[in-house]
Design a protein around this ligand. Structure first.
Ligand code: TUI
Length: 313
């Protein structure tokens, strides 16, 4: 399956792995790239030297291209941005903000830059600023989210820009991928499905919680202070949402979540930790290797797309 994204990124399949904080480290990224997709190391809130080491470790596993996601709210974003130049990273995605100030530095170094956007306005601005593609991420996603759904955002972004669009949010299998391509996307980005990959270093408790999740098991915290985060319901979200309803200040709410994502991903505290996952978690039923996931998704999507014309005559 060739699209402008497979050509641009020099990958076999138009499947990209999301840059999930703590989860998207070198083992997962290398496995996704080795399987023909694009693996991404998530810089999240990590210091630049951690990112550099992860890049080196991933390169020791695979010769295939690997990308890095820069989380723009990170206090280390400037340092990470420079490390990506030094390491000549072929593909850079960004999240949770506007990467405008880094664009020239990255582009002139030969990187392909792909901002994650949650609105048509930012997609247009990114195209003007020289982005090679955008990820249009719907509110079904896990973690930090925008307001529009994938179903509504993707076709509106596709209509608004000429650069290729990658769909994200609520996509977990070949049906979702086929649907996204029908909306005009030229690749998909998956996060939650890869959380439960065999190569994912995520704690087994976290993987089990994703696998056991039902369709309406996620909650969104932080709406009151403008940083909405989708995660699976637990004791922590219950307390957080209660406090939010009572009008607790940001500082008090933040106390509940300091280190909480690490506690869930690394230590397996799925009760009081932050279990970020998208709405598609309810459909994810088993651990598989990244290769098995990608091959299954591609086979299903191809089959659906080939039959799509004939089925509704
Ligand atoms: O960035 C994400 N998802 C994330 S980042 C993250 S890190 C974190 N860790 C612990 C606690 C809190 C956060 C977890 N999940 N997705 C990409 C994304 N970007 N989704 C939405 C946006 C976005 C939203 C607003 C991008 C730009 C924007 O406005 C830009 C502007 O400033 O105009």
């Amino acid at each position: 399956m060739k699209t402008r994204i497979t050509e641009l990124l020099q990958i076999e399949y138009p499947i990209i792995q999301g840059g999930m904080a703590w989860v998207a480290e070198h083992n997962l990224a290398a496995a996704v790239s080795q399987a023909g997709g694009l693996g991404i190391i998530g810089a999240a809130n990590a210091p630049a030297e951690w990112v550099r080491e992860e890049i080196h470790k991933a390169r020791a596993i695979t010769d295939k291209p690997i990308g890095v996601n820069v989380m723009l709210l990170s206090p280390y974003a400037d340092e990470v941005a420079r490390v990506l130049v030094e390491e000549k990273i072929p593909v850079i995605t960004t999240g949770a903000g506007n990467p405008g100030k880094y664009m020239e530095m990255w582009k002139s170094n030969g990187s392909k830059v792909i901002p994650v956007v949650a609105s048509v306005a930012l997609a247009r601005m990114m195209e003007k600023g020289g982005a090679d593609a955008v990820v249009a991420e719907g509110t079904e996603s896990g973690g930090h989210i925008g307001a529009a759904t994938t179903m509504t955002l993707v076709p509106q972004v596709v209509d608004a820009v000429n650069i290729p669009v990658i769909a994200a949010g609520g996509i977990g299998d070949g049906r979702g991928m086929a649907a996204a391509l029908m909306l005009g996307a030229e690749a998909v980005q998956l996060g939650t499905r890869f959380v439960v990959a065999k190569e994912s270093i995520c704690h087994q408790n976290y993987k089990d919680r994703v696998i056991k999740a039902k369709d309406i098991d996620s909650a969104v915290t932080g709406r009151s202070h403008g940083h909405p985060i989708r995660q699976l319901r637990n004791q922590m979200t219950k307390e957080y949402l209660k406090k939010e309803q009572e009008g607790a200040p940001f500082e008090e709410l933040e106390l509940l979540t300091v280190g909480a994502l690490r506690n869930a991903v690394v230590d397996g505290d799925v009760k009081n930790g932050t279990v970020m996952a998208g709405q598609i978690a309810g459909m994810i039923k088993k651990e598989q290797t990244c290769m098995e996931m990608i091959e299954e998704i591609m086979a299903e999507a191809k089959n659906l797309l080939q039959g799509a014309g004939a089925r509704y005559e």
